[in-house]
Design a binder for this molecule. Sequence first.
Ligand code: MRU
Length: 352
Amino acid sequence: MNDTVVDSSLRTVEWKDNKVVMIDQTKLPNKLEFVEFDDFNQVANAIKTMVVRGAPAIGVSGAFGLALAVLQSKATTEGDLISDLELAKKILFETRPTAVNLAWGLEKIMNVANSGDSVEQIKEQVVNEAKKMADEDIEINKTMGKNGSVLFDDNDTIMTHCNAGALATVAYGTALGVIRATRESGKNIKVIATETRPVQQGSRLTAFELKHDGFDVSLIPDTAVGYTMANGLVNKVIVGADRIVKTGHVFNKIGTYQIATMAKQHGIPFYVAAPLSTFDMKSNAKDVVIEMREGTEVTGIGDKKTAPDGINVINPAFDITPPELISGIITEKGIAQPPYDESIKKLFQVNN
Ligand code: MRU
């Protein structure tokens, strides 16, 4: 039974009294539990074990991790403080390799740290910048939501995969932010959430947060994507992203690629929603590391074993959806449309 109550002002991750407070997402949907950290190593561990997950939430958590590191440091010179921060940055960076928001969040904080003139000033600037990034995340999601809502119509049934919601960000969400903004614009919509094996972010998190907010949401097994599309039960798809490279290749939760392929087969528009902090304008798709996770995520569900002992497992956490399958990429600066190499470049040229 699920009696978890969520207040709409809740943040997935926040800074309180010089500590980082997070919702423990491994406990959802059964329990709403908060964890509190005063050591950056604990934040690194929380990212690794998916207590906090989702690209923008990981980016802000990394920044908060460095804010803890700056307070933990006993350095008395700027140089020693920066060295302590570099070490913390390395430990935080090595937790999860695919979502570029983590590197983005860490870099942003290091730039601020490097511009400080004294130990005290660096400490203050770093903490303030991390708090600002958390506030900005919500504003960005709301703007992105409004931008994307024009693509959705009254009576649409929208499929989403994994969790690109409030729980994957500080609040409001990216793909689910667009879904929220579409409803706020007065349109009547339904949502189909995929279960998203093996970690089940769809059933544990997306179905939970949408149901909590009163959406008409149906949960399907990942294997029913083709069925729902072939039977006209879905009009549009929207997902988030962990990294988008300059060619428009989208890295997102494993299974996204097969949903996009199936959407193309059925002529269903497939959209991606992501802030500019999810774009990696330097890497080529082939150079990005796809996180491979423990086989135990696949050989069991919760504590229940569902596969024979010793079975070989392939468990990639993300896949790549090529640009030709994507109808539009929604950002806080507008919607990029094919050809993506041009439209993505424009998003950055015009606005930064
Ligand atoms: O492994 P996770 O749960 O961190 O993966 C999350 C996703 O793939 C999300 O779709 C992505 O980070 C976008 S979140 C706004």
